[in-house]
Design a binder for this molecule. Sequence first.
Ligand code: NAD
Length: 304
Amino acid sequence: QTRVLDGKRIAEQIQNEIKEEICKWVDRGHRKPCLKAILVGDDPASKTYVGKKMIASESVGVDSEAIRLPSSISEDDLIEKIKQLNSDDSVDGILVQLPLPEHVSERNVCNAVDPHKDVDGFHVTNVGRLTLNMDSFIPCTALAVIELIKRSQIETFGKNVVVCGRSKNVGLPISLILHSDARNECPGMEATVVLCHRHTPPEQLEIYAKTADIIISATGVVGLIKPHMVKPGACVIDVGITRVKTPEGKTKLVGDVEFEGVRKVAGAITPVPGGVGPITVAMLMSNTFKAARNLAATKATEQQ
Ligand code: NAD
């Protein structure tokens, strides 16, 4: 019997837990955690994502604000805005919704966010710390995949994992956590990881995929993972999100995995939508609360 892993239900569970913890935190005399999301331009998908983040904040008790800036903004002005938020003690978490307009360097912008407020985990310091298995802010999509695996009791110890997609924000951090040692400050998951990308020949990807106990696909290539590539009973996690037009002219979201075929072979599978996506938003709430706790602890130490 194939398990369809219900990301919406898991996300609700996580958000309820965070809501309870934030309630206790506020009862102890702290202010609510505060998240600022910067949205540059009016890309419809980015607007939807930021909207979802605002709704989740409201439901768990995080104060949040979407700061909308025009796509014509210069890199310097955007960085100046980030610096203001960095030095504002009432702000715990800052995120800049990607992608940014072409004239702005995403790397410079990600590195402008105070690493202690970097709830997306994109600052070079957090990327470096994660690579060294130290405590850090981990990108929310990677955290979502890890949380999904843990809460669904999928064994990773000594297992074979294939990750498709090597992006710095998604595929790479997923691979880093899965392959590393559980005894680290940031506990890894002890799997053997094969990281595939656009230049992995399809026939080679097929060979790797067939040996995998867990396949994680984060490419945006519709239909990349087909039923014949999946080992019977394997767990298939679909991170991909692609907007396609239906024959009726509506837009719908699809993943990287041929869901209907693969579910007949897999032991567990995530749907799109309703799989990794909602958990990603829940993990942003978790990172924001973590930033608030860390910053409050630092302030308390400074005052001693
Ligand atoms: P990206 O474009 O930065 O990276 C895509 C990756 O896929 C690249 O590393 C590329 O080498 C690899 N790739 C392309 N074709 C391939 C092939 N044929 N075989 C193997 N690998 C191939 O995208 P990203 O930001 O990493 O996002 C990946 C997907 O995940 C997108 O569909 C995106 O919308 C989705 N996403 C989902 C969430 C979520 O919360 N569920 C969050 C972020 C991104």
